[in-house]
Design a protein around this ligand. Structure first.
Ligand code: SF4
Ligand code: SF4
Length: 92
């Protein structure tokens, strides 16, 4: 199953309170930004022109990859969404 098929079988109940919060100053000084290429939901976007990281939690698949690959512990919050919110997979 590829990522597009996963999204076809996925729904989100978006919590306005982000479950992942970044310290953007740390991201600005990051030397590899592994999160950008490893997040399957493309929640992380780096603008070279603006030297600015943007993170959108809405489509987060709650895979945990960004938590593992971030070598600078840039998160002021990293947790799963509150009960009743977040991703719902329908694989059957
Ligand atoms: S790897 Fe960590 S510090 Fe680097 S850009 Fe991503 S979240 Fe920020
Ligand atoms: S938990 Fe997974 S899907 Fe969510 S932001 Fe991190 S890498 Fe992306």
């Amino acid at each position: 199953m590829n990522i597009d098929e996963i999204f076809d079988n996925t729904s989100f109940t978006i919590d306005r309170e982000a479950h992942i919060v970044l310290n953007y100053e740390i991201c600005t000084g990051c030397d590899n930004r592994g999160c950008v290429n490893s997040c399957p939901a493309r929640c992380y976007t780096w603008s070279q022109e603006e030297q600015k990281m943007t993170f959108v939690h809405d489509g987060c698949l709650e895979c945990g990859t960004c938590y593992v690959v971030c070598h600078k512990n840039a998160f002021t919050r990293w947790r799963y969404p509150r009960g009743g919110f977040g991703v719902a997979y329908r694989m059957t």
